[in-house]
Design a protein around this ligand. Structure first.
Ligand code: FMN
Length: 203
C-alpha cells in the first residue's frame, strides 16, 4: 500500500494551517488507493538545525532528528500544507525539510497553500527546495486565497473549486509515489514488495 503523509508546516499557536490540513486529511481518508497519515511538524519540537554533519551524510546525532527521520522515512509521498511568510515558506517547515535528506529522496510531493494570494509564492520556493531533496513535485496544487476560501479571513470554508482540485492532486501524488518506488532499492531489503505499485520497466 502506498503511504502518503500530509505534512503541516506551520507551528504557530492559532495557526490557520491546522484547519486546512484537517480538510486535506478528511478528504484523503475517503480514498482507497493509498494510506494517508498526518505529520504535524509542531509535534516534533525540532530546534533550529543543530546537527554537526550535513544531513546528506545520514549521520544523525540527536534523538529529535532520529525521531523525525523515523516518522518521515515511512512514506512514499507527501502533501505539504503551507502558509506564506514574507513571500516564502514558514521557517519551521524549511528547518524540518533541512534536517533530513535520504528520507525525502525519490518520493513524490504535492502542495496545498493558503495566503492573501493563495500562498503561491511560498510554493514556488518550496518546489525549488523539493528539487534539491530529490522530491518530485506534481503539477496540481490547491492554492487557497483568504478572500475566497476563508470567511472573514479567519474561518476556513473551502469552495467548490478547492474541493475539485484536491482529487486531482491526490491522483497525481499517489501515481508518482507509486512510480518512484522502483528507484528505492532499499525497499527490496525491507521486504516491502508490492509489484502492483511498481512500473514494469522491461515492457
Ligand atoms: C511572519 C509572517 C509573515 C507573513 N507574510 C505573509 C506573506 O508574505 N503573504 C501572505 O499572504 N501572508 C502573510 N502572512 C499572513 C499569513 O498568511 C497568515 O498569518 C496565515 O494565517 C499564516 O499561516 P498559519 O496561521 O498557518 O501560521 C504572514 C504572517 C506571518 C506570521
Amino acid at each position: 500500500m502506498i503511504r502518503i503523509a500530509i505534512v503541516l508546516g506551520s507551528t504557530r499557536p492559532s495557526r490557520l494551517g491546522k484547519a486546512v490540513a484537517d480538510w486535506v486529511y478528511s478528504r484523503a481518508r475517503e480514498r482507497t488507493d493509498a494510506r494517508f497519515d498526518f505529520l504535524d511538524v509542531a509535534d516534533f519540537d525540532l530546534p533550529l538545525l543543530d546537527e554537526p554533519v550535513p544531513p546528506s551524510r545520514g549521520q544523525y546525532h540527536h534523538e529529535h532528528t532520529r525521531n523525525w527521520a523515523r516518522a518521515v522515512e515511512q512514506f512514499d509521498g507527501y502533501i505539504f500544507v503551507t502558509g506564506e511568510y514574507n513571500h516564502s515558506i514558514p521557517a519551521a517547515l524549511k528547518n524540518a525539510l533541512d534536517y533530513l535528506y535520504k528520507e525525502w529522496n525519490n518520493k513524490a510531493a504535492a502542495f496545498v497553500s493558503y495566503g492573501s494570494a493563495g500562498g503561491i509564492r511560498a510554493v514556488e520556493q518550496l518546489r525549488a527546495v523539493a528539487g534539491e531533496l530529490q522530491l518530485a513535485d506534481v503539477r496540481a496544487q490547491a492554492a487557497l486565497p483568504f478572500a475566497a476560501e476563508f470567511e472573514n479571513y479567519r474561518t476556513f470554508k473551502p469552495s467548490e473549486g478547492a474541493e475539485k482540485v484536491l482529487p486531482v492532486l491526490f491522483d497525481q501524488v499517489v501515481a508518482w509515489a507509486g512510480a518512484l518506488k522502483v528507484l528505492r532499492p532499499e525497499l527490496d531489503q525491507s521486504g516491502d514488495e508490492d509489484p502492483g505499485a511498481r512500473p514494469n520497466l522491461s515492457a
